[in-house]
Design a binder for this molecule. Sequence first.
Ligand code: NAP
Length: 503
Amino acid sequence: MPRPNRAWVAPPAAPSVGGMTATTPTVAIIGAGFGGLAAAIELGRNGIHDFEVFERGDSVGGVWRANAYPGAACDVPSPIYSFSYALETRWSARYGSQPEIHAYLRRCADRFGITPKIRFGAEVVAATFADDGWSVELASGEVRRFGALICATGQLSRPRIPEVPDRSSFAGAQFHSAEWDPAVSLRGKRVAVVGSGASAIQLVPAIVDEVDRLHVIARSPNWVANKCDHATGGPLHALLRRVPGLARLQHNAEWLWFESRVPMIFNRLDPVRTVFQAWLRAKIRREIRDPALRAVVTPDYKVGCNRILPSNDWYPALDRSHVSVHPHAVARMTPQGPVLADGTVVEADVVVWCTGFTADEYLAPIRITGRDGRLLHTEWKDGPEAYLGITVAGFPNMFLLFGPNTGSITNTITYLLEKQARYARMAIQHLATRGGRLEVRAEVQNDYQRWLDRRLRATVFTSGCPGWYHTATGRVFAVWPGSHLEYARRTARFDPADYTPGA
Ligand code: NAP
């Protein structure tokens, strides 16, 4: 167990909204990833201890437990991709690797006393609101009652593999990047990687030296920027541990640097975007020799539309002689390998699907029934909506973390999760003072949604982007269209006037 350091001392609890009373609701938290842990720690350090965390996996970490493919690492610097009250001083590099992040989250769960409150292997299949409380049903059939529900299942927890015809006819091994099979060796094999998103650009350089032949099926290219990464060895670790305030300074400097990128999402900065795109094109020219390949990897949409991927070794990997890039979709599968939309048969021994997650089916596997029998998935049939991304009209005493329109594009999701956890905790404290239920007013949620839609129209996200930030009908549901400071300001106070108190 690593030694604690100064930056791990949790700040004093925020003042309560009223004191804890006998009516303090018991709380169910679904998920033990960054979001679930943020919620549990926030409750615990504010004197709310009557909660239980349900986690379907066998350890904490969420996506950082599941995504164990070679090369998996964070694409946000670790000093800000961690809890602001639990700054780590021993990251091996500016961008921590998946095993390090997973270990960090396990340490957080232990240090803040959350681990004993987590039920592992406990998959929630339904949650039903009645009589001012939630009945939470597990896959085992067990049903538990709670006063409040916090859903922290993430948007990127369920792998999506496209439903190509005859997918199971493939004679070799195939799996999703988030379900990596360590028993399958890639050494000397013909490997096809489907996708060119954040997962593929980490995986491909990590396996390129090992395989005999690599096919990258990249139907849409993404903008890729330089990754300013560096190893952070012993001397820096010692300084960060010993110099009071240094870890905090490092965190704040990284945070401000990332926050300064916010203007990039607004349409009015199109000229800046054009200059940035020219710079990214120059990177393509520098790192790829073949003009035909350069054309294939150059996106035709505005930079900022979806995640700008940091990598120094993606283009050089694609430029290797045993690597082929296919700018087409997979149309169907044969025993030999994928057949592409242009008719090419990609012969392979292993196919890895880096094809993303079912983000648009947020919370889908859990049947959530709110007041008067309304189903969350029916309410959300045109796309998910929630006030501040946290509360939903018709679903009292329920709080979402990483809910609709709270994805972090310009800075770090951990900051937004902390703010959502704080807001949910303030609401639960309010409930504790008066009991009953709290339900966001429909008109408050609608006004907020109208503001969001207006704001989104001013951003690059509505300029015809590819990717997964929008529903099939084009409604942008995944990303927060503003600065992180603005989100912090909007969620800083819990205003009971926004809510209908129930009986
Ligand atoms: P993704 O960004 O959704 O990319 C999926 C890829 O699969 C796209 O290139 C997509 O092409 C392609 N695809 C889908 N169906 C296909 C088909 N039938 N034929 C050919 N290609 C197909 O998924 P991801 O790379 O797993 O990343 C998902 C999210 O996870 C990221 O946006 C990020 O938020 C998160 N992530 C974060 C990190 C991190 O370091 N923090 C690392 C990995 C992932 P189209 O673009 O044409 O649809």
